[in-house]
Design a binder for this molecule. Structure first.
Ligand code: ADP
Ligand code: ZN
Ligand code: ZN
Length: 722
């Protein structure tokens, strides 16, 4: 008999549901989890060995694995994680692997970096520019071409020509700076009595247990961070790696500094803004085990962990943990899954936990640790309701006399006030007074939002923008276009008129990003501004010690939505915003403007009675069979032609297998029925918890092939109902 052919089943980071077979050439040693380079068609790809097998077949014409990458391998837990995640969301495995393989440069030997130091020669002609370069190089630090040129304020050609003349000498730098070990004796703050009790309770729940989820439920400012730091410290002391997940928006320099101070070492950061080299450095550091602490956004889950011992999901209720584009996964849920597979604990932390997590506590699946009081100041900010139905406001104005009076008092006392309005731009809608025409996006069934600072109309669904027209596009009347409704920029105008001498900061994701945003946030922290206007950007996570007044301009905004989580989300948002107030020395309060003063949510907010409100929400969900009591999946079908799209959606619906305890709603036009010129139709699958939803969806959709430019997107556990 012939010798068997050794075969590597290689999963490629492409939209492929299974691995491809390649022959392992003689002499090549491969194991499952190794990264390899393989040919596919005319191209070459990196992939991951999923399995090793052998075959006695003689007629098989397999292509060879080109080579094994010299970098790290993917361990079994991580490979299982890829498998499970793909199965849960009915995604091709290759798409999930792609999220793991985001840093191809890290699969091979690190490239050495070239840098310059002072050389022995003198340049033929010493121009002032050259002199500056030599002066900088003379300070003794090896610098890369671009760094040296920038520091000397010259072009890179000056540096290179000095190099060519031997006035600068090339040296190679180690490819990446090392991550230091945490200092296990670094001093944390002294925990207060409640925090100590919470930390002890948490330790007792976690000790001796492989996997356990604990919900850390504590009011804003109670010091949850200090409590989960204790759990992180314990895991680090056991030699493990820890991951602290944050919603991207909460990944601020201040917070990173806090982590680094607590653990006496650099914390690796992982988010969408990282430069490629830093990305590579972190990926390698995690794969080698050198990185012990990662503070990251949701995609940090996919780093190649080798000895992870704990994941903390801060602000676990945040919908930002759900990814909508690409593979639509929920990072909090996947952190729990990873913990189950890797047999390590997961801590979920929030001042306003999700109903999902609270119900898991009710069912005894998660442990619960509570912090009832704020650190150093027992009372939460008192919240008052302003009944807007009883206020007489001129059109185009949004701040009630009561709120204006409160702001005035606050500013006079030298304190800081925050006005919260969760709407970007100047006005959400522009209408023509003469003919009633409404300025819509040409490609979406949605109004264009005026952004006055940028002098643009913008569609928030497709990003289309155009200048604000002078006359009505329909009836050509001039000067008749009027903004309708408030946006944060319009509010800023009103506030400027009312408080001309206030030091105002305007924080909205489209106006401030990156460093500007970080600088402004820092300015707010330091009290350099006394009137802060912000969208959801300011609502969470920040600690503004000078802030004593929070005004919620329109509390009803988020309630008007078809989203089953609208109530829960509005609660979380308003409680979080109100919780920004009174975190420093002085007590704080919050004023909430609402046209629905009788709404149970508004009443609960004023009484600070979260549990009653959430119990009500739980019952509503239970009766309706909505999550967490039932399971949902959404299908969004889109296409160029409204009729074709609808017809296809109806065909999909009628192909659904009959199943007990599963209902299919729709097809119905999506709330935003057209986006980027594509018509959108939704189907919603509702199942009871005992249904194997994945099996049902798999059987249903396996033979459905959208054609003619129609696409079908599946979203298991949807969070977005637009
Ligand atoms: P949370 O995450 O619950 O909103 P934080 O952990 O951010 O609260 O704590 C709020 C503030 O109180 C922070 O400035 C923190 O440094 C401070 N703090 C919390 N606990 C203590 C403590 N035991 N000693 C001193 N300061 C503390
Ligand atoms: Zn008109
Ligand atoms: Zn649009």
């Amino acid at each position: 008999m012939e010798n068997p052919v050794r075969i590597a089943e290689v999963l490629l980071p492409l939209a492929l549901g299974h691995a491809y077979s390649y022959a392992i050439p003689d002499g090549m040693v491969l194991a499952a989890g190794d990264f390899v380079e393989v040919p596919l068609g005319p191209r070459s790809y990196f992939g991951c060995v999923w399995e090793i097998g052998q075959s006695f077949g003689t007629n098989m014409k397999l292509r060879d694995v080109t080579r094994r990458c010299v970098g790290p391998s993917l361990n079994e837990t991580h490979r299982k994680f890829v498998e499970w995640l793909a199965a849960y969301y009915l995604e091709p495995k290759g798409n999930v692997l792609r999220m793991v393989m985001r840093v191809p440069a890290a699969l091979d030997d690190p490239k050495m970096q070239m840098a310059w130091i002072l050389g022995e020669e003198r340049p033929a002609k010493l121009t002032p520019q050259r002199a500056r370069v030599l002066e900088v190089a003379g300070q003794g630090f090896a610098m890369k071409t671009t760094e040296l040129a920038e520091a000397a304020g010259v072009g890179t050609s000056v540096v290179k020509s000095l190099g060519a003349q031997g006035a600068l000498k090339e040296v190679s730098l180690p490819p990446h700076a090392k991550f230091a070990e945490p200092d296990l004796h670094a001093a944390g703050v002294k925990l207060n009595t409640d925090q100590r009790a919470a930390a002890t309770a948490m330790r007792q729940m976690l000790v001796g247990r492989a996997h356990k989820v604990v919900l850390l439920d504590g009011v804003t400012g109670s010091g949850k961070t200090e409590v989960y730091f204790e759990a992180m410290a314990a895991s680090l002391a056991a030699g493990k790696q820890v991951l602290l997940l944050l919603p991207e928006i909460a990944l601020t320099a201040t917070f990173i500094t806090r982590v680094e101070r607590r653990f006496g070492c650099e914390a690796a950061q992982w988010h969408s803004d990282l430069k490629p080299r830093e990305r590579e450095r972190v990926w390698r550091g995690v794969a080698s085990g050198e990185v012990r602490i990662v503070v990251g956004a949701r995609s940090a889950l996919f780093l190649p962990w080798v000895k992870i011992g704990l994941i903390v999901v801060d602000e676990e209720h945040e919908s930002a943990y759900k990814q909508d584009e690409g593979v639509p996964y929920q990072a909090r849920d996947m952190a729990v899954l990873y913990g189950t597979l890797g047999k390590f604990p997961v801590v979920l932390s929030s001042a306003t936990p999700s109903l999902e997590s609270l119900v898991n506590v009710d069912r005894g699946r998660y442990g619960l640790v509570k912090l009832k009081d704020r650190h150093g100041r027992p009372e939460l900010p008192e919240t008052f309701l302003i009944d807007m139905t009883a206020q007489k406001l001129e059109t185009g104005l949004w701040l009630s006399p009561r709120l204006v009076a409160e702001i005035t008092t606050t500013l006079q006392a030298g304190d800081q006030a925050l006005l919260f309005l969760n709407r970007r731009g100047f006005a959400p809608l522009t209408l023509c007074r003469a003919c009633g025409h409404r300025l819509n996006c040409p490609d979406c069934a949605a109004a264009m939002v005026e952004h006055r600072f940028r002098k643009q109309l913008q569609c928030h669904h497709c990003g289309h923008s155009e200048p604000v027209p002078k006359s009505c596009p329909a009836c050509k009347s001039e000067g008749q276009l009027v903004p309708v409704g408030p946006g944060i920029e319009r509010l800023a105008e009103e506030a400027q008129r009312l408080f001309p001498s206030a030091r105002m900061a305007l924080l909205s994701s489209d106006l401030a990003r990156g460093k500007t945003l970080r600088d402004t946030l820092r300015g707010v922290e330091k009290g350099e501004f006394n009137l802060v206007l912000g969208t959801q950007l300011v609502a969470k996570g920040h600690h503004f010690p000078h802030l004593t007044l929070v005004g919620v301009v329109d509390a009803d905004l988020a309630l008007e939505s078809s989203d089953p989580r609208a109530g829960e989300r509005t609660w979380a948002l308003l409680a979080q915003v109100a919780g920004r107030s009174g975190r420093g020395v002085k007590p704080g309060h919050a004023f909430v403007q609402s046209y629905l003063p009788q709404h149970p949510l508004m009443k609960a907010l004023v009484q600070g009675d979260r549990d009653t409100y959430l119990e009500g929400e739980k019952r509503i969900r239970e009766v309706a069979g909505l999550p967490p009591h039932g399971r949902l999946a959404a299908l969004v079908i889109s296409g160029k032609e409204a009729n074709d799209t609808f017809r296809f959606a109806r065909a999909v619906a009628s192909a659904a297998p009959a199943a007990e305890d599963v209902r299919i709603l729709g097809p119905a036009p999506a709330p935003i029925a057209v986006v980027r010129g594509r018509h959108r139709v939704r189907l919603l699958v509702m199942a009871t918890r005992n249904v194997d939803l994945q099996a049902f969806l798999g059987a249903w959709l396996k033979d459905i092939k959208p054609r003619g430019g129609i696409t079908l997107q599946l979203d298991v556990d949807p969070y977005n109902f637009l």
